[in-house]
Design a protein around this ligand. Structure first.
Ligand code: SF4
Length: 398
């Protein structure tokens, strides 16, 4: 169901307030991309660069312009500022950015307002600014509590700095904190992984994300794996680590709600759940994607070209794709299967106008026979067995 924000515009030439008109603005999840980092990590394939302060200033001005265009037509029900490293911005830049987001009054009331933060870039002043401007969730890129793995990744922080950052965030009154962890480093033992999980749980975040280390594209890490400088961890040990995370976090009252995500009850990430439901969202910034009215678009990825396009008022979108209904349906199934609750037959029918079985009956039957998906309660979801081979199961629906 479409959600709206009702904006009341009061204007009067005699300076007396009266209700002139009401504007119904559709409510959308809003993502803002900050593509800057202190240094490029060895495993990183994200759209991020190391830049000078003046480029960052110009970028924030460009974001503000794109944001204003957004605010003329829409309001947002969740805000997510990701990167890159949003907290690499200095306090003035953070203030300008958060002020632009807040200038659209409805944005200040977003029930979930997340900013990604990296240890080594946080100060008390920055954390206070985030709080002052209504940010209510901070996602911290810890990755590991062991310095040798942080070095291996090329991160700028140490384990001690990661702990200090989380304690700082909590001491400033944040009640919704996520910790990102990576497992599956070459040579990593199960015991070392359990130590990381234990350390994370001791800090009592509301949310924990755990990702297996991946070797992407042309990254220095992928090259080292190809030329034999490092050996990837055995897949069986990696699977054991994943299973251990599920068991350990469950024992510590974190609900496993998405393949890589765990949360205390009521702290699931609403913004990301919208992505997994394959619903509409707007992305602002270099390389940011949007999905609206059945069309997927992507902004220019190159930071300087993005800034120039916005400054010159030329087209910033470099990719557009209209999703045919059946492709949209199959992507929706794939995304929804990432969540342990899957997707209900009724919800699918309401969105697409036909039954899941009408398009995916054969796959569902085969995968049910193999014990990989379940549709007993009219929710299509992965079984425990299916969870451990999720990529293969999902590919059956594409
Ligand atoms: S901090 Fe994150 S976005 Fe930046 S280079 Fe490292 S992994 Fe990439």
């Amino acid at each position: 169901m479409e959600k709206y924000f009702i904006e009341e515009k009061h204007t009067n030439s005699l300076n007396q307030p009266f209700l002139m008109h009401r504007i119904r603005k559709p409510l959308l999840p809003l993502y803002l991309h900050i593509p800057f980092c202190s240094k490029k990590c060895d495993y990183c394939d994200f759209n991020s660069i190391v830049s000078e302060a003046d480029i960052i200033d110009r970028y924030i001005n460009a974001l503000e312009k794109e944001l204003n265009a957004f605010a003329e037509r829409y309001a947002c029900d969740t805000v997510y500022v990701g990167g890159g490293t949003p907290t690499i911005l200095n306090e003035n830049q953070i203030k300008t950015l958060l002020h632009s987001i807040r200038r659209c009054p409805e944005n200040a009331d977003a029930p979930e307002y997340t900013v990604e933060a990296n240890p080594g870039t946080l100060t008390r002043g920055k954390v206070r600014l985030l709080k002052e401007y209504g940010v209510n969730r901070i996602s911290v890129g810890v990755q590991s509590f062991q310095d040798r793995y942080l070095n291996f990744l090329g991160r700028i922080h140490t384990s001690a700095v990661a702990v200090q950052s989380i304690e700082l965030i909590i001491s400033e009154g944040f009640k919704n904190v996520n910790i990102d962890l990576i497992f599956g480093y070459p040579g990593q033992t199960l015991d070392e992984w359990i130590r990381d999980l234990r350390m994370a749980v001791e800090l009592q975040p509301e949310h924990i994300s755990t990702y297996a280390l991946t070797y992407e594209g042309e990254t220095p890490l992928a090259k080292k794996a190809v030329n034999g400088a490092i050996s990837k961890l055995d897949e069986e040990i990696e699977l054991k680590m994943y299973k251990t995370a599920i068991r350990f976090l469950h024992e510590n009252n974190y609900c496993h709600y998405e393949i890589s995500n765990f949360a205390r009850l009521g702290y699931e990430c609403v913004h990301n759940i919208n992505y997994w439901n394959n619903k509409r969202y707007i992305g602002i910034g270099a390389g940011a994607c949007s999905f609206l009215d059945g069309e997927r678009t992507m902004n220019e990825r190159n930071v300087l070209q993005y800034i120039k396009a916005i400054e010159d008022n030329t087209e910033v979108k470099v990719f557009r794709e209209s999703l045919p209904q059946r492709k949209y349906a199959s992507e929706t199934i794939v995304m929804a299967l990432r969540m342990l609750r899957g997707i209900s037959g009724t919800e699918f029918y309401d969105r697409f106008g036909y039954k899941i079985e009408d398009q995916f009956g054969t796959q569902m039957k085969d995968l049910q026979c193999l014990g990989l998906v379940n549709y007993d309660d009219k929710r299509l979801k992965l079984t425990e067995k299916g969870l451990f081979v999720a990529d293969s199961v999902m590919s059956e629906f594409l």
